[in-house]
Structure formats: C-alpha cells, structure tokens
Design a binder for this molecule. Structure first.
Ligand SMILES: [Zn+2]
Length: 87
C-alpha cells in the first residue's frame, strides 16, 4: 500500500483502509460492574475522500463522526471533565 496519510499506523495487515487507534480502559463505575474499554479509531478506505472517527464501547459500536465533529465532542468532554474534577 502506498500513499498512507501521516496518521496511519501503516500496518494494514491485509486490509486496504488506513487506521489509527487509541484504547482506554476505565475502572468500573460502581462495585460489581466490570471495567470497560473505550476504543476510538480513525479509519479511511482509500476510495473515501476523508477519514471517519469510530467510537466503540467494549465490542459495541457507539458512534461514527466526521473528524471535525469528533474535535467538537472532544473539546466538550475536555471542558466538562475539567469542570467536574475541580474541587
Ligand atoms: Zn495506511
């Protein structure tokens, strides 16, 4: 595969799509609950004009966002997280 964008990890493993991914594992929200994992990745098939951000909670797809909307959501989460953690 040639022409990977800068963000692509470049390990296509037989797949055509470009990929970058981030995984976070978070503790259980309350006793008795299992920890959960959030997977966020950026994918783009070479036939597509632009990449899409995918969000998965454990194995379940949660949402797909254009990169600009993902940035807006990320900023909103950052603002709320910073507000909420202040003591
Ligand atoms: Zn690539």
């Amino acid at each position: 595969m040639t022409g990977c964008p800068a963000w692509c990890v470049g390990d296509h493993d037989g797949e055509r799509r470009h990929l970058a991914e981030i995984q976070g594992v978070y503790p259980a929200p309350s006793d008795g609950d299992a920890p959960y994992a959030v997977f966020v990745d950026l994918r783009q098939d070479p036939r597509e004009d632009r990449p899409t951000v995918y969000v998965h909670l454990d194995e379940m797809p949660v949402m797909q966002l254009p990169p600009a909307d993902a940035v807006d959501l990320g900023w909103a989460l950052l603002e709320l997280g910073l507000m909420g953690r202040e003591r």
